[in-house]
Design a protein around this ligand. Structure first.
Ligand code: ADP
Length: 644
């Protein structure tokens, strides 16, 4: 392939513009990103060499070399890692493959939040960070086992790049940054030393640099020889300590070291919310260093997101995203597990089946959940901040992790009718403040607290002083299918089945009233039911309503409005399930209808009223009505009539 000029994918150019113009005030991190990539590349070749030794090419003196050249104004970062072939360079550098990232770039653009580094910091800009300090970047690379066929990529970060074949003796990647004038300080030995120490100390391969010192020659007696002048002596020095942070004693690792290591593995911009560092002994021996992030990543709910933890076996890198180590509902957890028991040549298939991995997972989950429990008990405000970011995901555990149900149900928080918006209550708190005559735990599901606040279903609960939980995350519909009771109290949806909040006496009295009303209005009820028979399953009098005229309820096992909405949003076909229209016999509308009915049981107004009642019920629960035009027309007619 001769030299070809290509355009960056639009998203890459947008990202580059952000990187160059506004992204990080801290430019030093470009070096961290490049060293990080180099170290990952060495990890990869070491791992792949387990099954194909020819990749090593006799070159396993692992290192990342930093070469500043003050005369040329260039800084080179060279590794002997896996390298890339032309196709991989094109795929990795110049396009953004992950669709989540594309969507994210779009949302950044929409929000015009290009000056919001927290947002963009959520995914590593990695290689592109070079363009913060360089106005030209050249990348030369050759894949392991590919004779000398290498590839050269070059760009000024201005929309296009060139790519061509080249010959390279050494496997691995070499990146040359032509530093901008104002960033020539990055050629300074001490600057490089301090950046490596600060950001890349824990990298497990030597990060080296040639250091030249002038020396005056010494005689055999160790004394300097007079008049011999000075000689230049160059030696390759290692700049980092290479200590695997997770292998160190817990109390020896400083918070700052954790922060830097966390940023290295997570590409996060913020410090972690909590750090969990422990080693396990006994049936399964491993060290684990886990981080709970403080902020939810933008792609938490997309499928193309990298999940899993890094897996090492006795300090040898195995995988940078071992999904088997952590269940999906804790997919936000970042970190490293270093096992002493697994074989080095562990394959994907083995990982999926391996009992050791299952044991490790169980233990990690236990630690994460007990850490969260501790935060919740000791610092509730902190826990709420965490819950707002990740609660929606943790709740998935109630559905999928039956073994930890007991712990998880203590961790879930909800908003409720008695807490202000943005405040949360746990099930334990809820139960502890239940009035004595309240027997069940009540909840209502829907798309937002604001809509639910208006729901007529809450009227009777307000009247009784019973707290109702607001379940507004889509996952809640699944949560309540698994979490059906807590402390022997049933969880009950306020818009489902029969509700009975009264004492035996009150119940009997109400039932009597309802039966009377049913009898008194039985013809009217069957007329409404008949008219609405395509839309509702039944029409009956309600004991949930105090102010509103009507509401729709699902029967005990039917589908409620929220579930229907969620299924539709997921493009699923929603089975036809009719609900029950409940009417308030004390409401003036019912009395008016009864009066019309008494005068003329065939009056056409009755059908219109029935339609309006049904639409009203839909509107108050936040559902859409089928025929808004007819609804407005009927309302207008009534308004005109009322004024006549
Ligand atoms: P990230 O490291 O977050 O994936 P980068 O933009 O830094 O993002 O790199 C993109 C990809 O390019 C990497 O995932 C890797 O596959 C490849 N890459 C980058 N640097 C190197 C390198 N030094 N050696 C081999 N591959 C590399």
């Amino acid at each position: 392939m001769s030299k070809t000029t290509k355009q960056f994918q639009t998203e890459v150019q947008q990202l580059l513009d952000l990187v160059i113009h506004s992204l990080y005030s801290n430019k030093d991190i470009f070096l961290r990103e490049l060293i990080s990539n180099a170290s990952d590349a060495i990890d990869k070749v070491r791992f792949e060499a387990h099954s194909d030794e020819s990749l090593l090419e006799g070159n396993s003196d692992w290192k990342v070399k930093v070469i500043p050249d003050k005369t040329a104004g260039t800084l080179v970062i060279r590794d002997n890692g896996i390298g890339m072939n032309i196709a991989e360079v094109e795929e990795n550098i110049g396009t953004i493959a992950r669709s989540g990232t594309k969507a994210f770039m779009q949302s950044l653009k929409d929000k015009a939040s290009s000056n919001n580094p927290e947002l963009i910091g959520q995914f590593g800009v990695g290689f592109y960070a070079s363009f913060m300090v360089a106005d030209k970047v050249v990348l030369e690379t050759r894949k392991g086992g590919a004779s000398t066929d290498g590839c050269r990529w070059e760009s000024n970060g201005d929309g296009s790049y060139t790519i061509e074949e080249c010959s390279r003796e050494q496997r691995g990647t070499e990146i040359t940054l032509y530093l901008k004038d104002e960033f020539k300080e990055y050629l300074d030995e001490w600057k490089i030393r301090s950046i490596v120490k600060k950001y890349s100390d824990y990298i497990q391969y030597p990060v080296v640099m040639d250091i030249t010192r002038s020396e005056t020659p010494k005689g055999v007696d160790g004394e300097e020889i007079d008049g011999a002048g000075t000689i230049e002596k160059t030696e390759e020095q290692t700049l980092n300590s290479m200590k695997a942070i997770w292998a160190r004693a817990k109390n020896e690792v400083t918070e700052e070291e954790h922060n830097e290591f966390y940023k290295h593995i997570s590409h996060d911009y913020d410090a972690p919310f909590r750090t969990i560092h422990f080693s396990a002994e006994g049936t399964s021996e491993f060290k684990a260093l886990l981080y709970l992030p403080a902020k939810k990543p933008f792609d938490l709910f997309t499928n193309d997101r990298k999940k899993g933890l890094q897996l090492y076996v006795r300090r040898v890198f195995i995988s940078d995203k071992c999904e088997e180590l952590i269940p999906d509902y804790l997919r936000f957890v970042k970190g490293v597990v270093d096992s002493s028991d697994l074989p080095l040549n562990v394959s994907r298939e083995i990982l999926q089946e391996d009992v050791q991995i299952k044991r490790i997972q169980k233990s990690l989950v236990g630690k994460v959940l007990s850490t969260l429990t501790e935060v919740k008990e000791q610092n509730f405000a902190d826990y709420v901040a965490f819950w707002k970011e990740f609660g929606q995901v943790v709740k998935e555990g109630l559905h999928f992790d039956y073994a930890n149900k007991e712990k998880l149900q203590e961790l879930v928080l909800f908003e409720s009718t008695t807490s202000e918006a943005g405040s949360f209550v746990s099930l334990k708190d809820y139960v502890s403040r239940m009035p004595e005559n309240q027997k069940e735990i009540y909840y209502i599901t829907g798309s937002s607290r604001e809509t639910l606040e208006q729901s007529p279903h809450l009227e009777v609960f307000r009247a009784k002083g019973f707290e109702v939980l607001f379940l507004t995350d889509p996952v809640d519909e699944w949560v309540v299918q698994s979490l059906t009771e807590y402390q022997e109290k049933q969880l009950k949806a306020v818009d489902r089945g029969d509700i009975s909040l009264d004492s035996e006496e009150e119940k009997q009295e109400k039932e009597k009233k309802r039966e009377e009303a049913q009898k008194e209005f039985s013809d009217l009820i069957s007329l409404i039911g008949n008219h609405l028979k395509e839309k509702v399953k039944e029409v009956r009098f309600s004991n949930r309503l105090t102010d509103s005229a009507c509401c729709l309820v699902a029967d005990e096992y039917g589908m409620n409005a929220n579930m229907e909405r969620i299924m539709k949003a997921m493009n699923q076909t929603v089975p036809d399930s009719k609900r029950i229209l409940e009417l308030n016999p004390d409401h003036a509308i019912l009395k008016t209808m009864a009066a019309i009915h008494q005068k003329d049981a065939t009056a056409s107004a009755l059908a219109d009223y029935a339609d309006l009642l049904y639409d009203q019920a839909l509107l108050t629960e936040g559902s859409t009505i089928k025929d808004p035009l007819r609804f407005t027309k009927l309302v207008s007619e009534l308004m005109v009539k009322a004024a006549q």
